[in-house]
Design a protein around this ligand. Sequence first.
Ligand code: PLP
Length: 382
Amino acid sequence: MKVNFFDLAAQYERIKREVMREVEKVCATQRFVLGENVRSLEDEVAGYSGARYGIGVASGSDALLIGLMALGVGCGDRVITTPYTFFSTAGSIARLGAVPVFADIDPRTYNIDPDWTETLLKRDWSRRIKAVLPVHLFGQPAEMSAIREIARRHGAAVIEDAAQSIGAVYKGKRAGSLADIGCFSFYPTKNLGGFGDGGMITTDRKRLADRIRMLRVHGSTRRYYHPVIGMNSRLDELQAAVLRVKLRRLDEWTEKRIRNAGLYTSLFEKEGLLGHVTPPHVEEGNVSVFNQYVVRVKKRNALKEHLAAKGIGTEIYYPVPLHLQKCFKYLGYKRGDLPRSEAAARQTLALPIYPELKDEEIRYVVSSIAGFYRSADKSSSG
Ligand SMILES: Cc1ncc(COP(=O)(O)O)c(C=O)c1O
């Protein structure tokens, strides 16, 4: 048996006719940038997420960049975030000349630790902390009540990196409506993925929404008049048309991801693997949308190789925490500074979780993992 880590072909087969019909309609209009589909998708994603405004942009990375710009983050400002995330979370901060300040994670959820965040906010230089940027990693919301409360006390804004978490729920509210600004990615591997790059910013605040709309078109409200300096980051009609078709199926796909995650976890228990494999922990009151199903395992690299030999694709998210990336050397972090993120980077492995995955494929993954630990245990006792 072969189990791909990710497989978009099966999903495409099921929606092909509908998607191509919408694509043809866009082609017939020859209107490709910021048209009807983008406007409708903005309303639909905002409505879906429980936010008032949605503003389409060219990628999740741009959503973060423009979101931070809209909050007034600039040269020398500090922004607290997690080092255990995709690069662009901190890259967007640094691109603005601001300074990423890393707080370690909760080792169970892998999300930013509010206590660590508060410690940073209490430091003597903390007046320059303009914002806190939590990531809802792998599909599970960060501890937003605590983060918002701490940020409020210290006068910092909060911006959600919800790139991996459209539809995720925290205490009854969806990702994208849990802070001043929410940022989504429509990169193809995301739960709502386009046929290329795309992103969306959500907010409840009209003033911010107006500013964001301006920033995505070079800081202009009227063609060739530029009150502020922005950038070119527009969502295109073809992407929006595809995403609108997919959004109608998102809940169904999310339910399948959650079901797949439940099956993995129950099989790990049944196989007696919990001494070797720690399944994802979902906090009470949270709904994770499982953009990734990430386990913490013993002998991670050897297990990955063993699974590859069995035809099973896996991924490591993320092998190097951001405070140890070469490009952030100037920030002065060293190994050991953020030990929980460093441990996660060494010990975690993402298993296939996409909605079309079959039960027998999940069973095969789990029995292959069981086989690996059986022989590892045998050779260590022998
Ligand atoms: C946590 C996180 N933040 C930001 C991004 C950036 O999104 P994009 O690839 O659309 O620029 C991604 C996805 O790639 C992500 O996973």
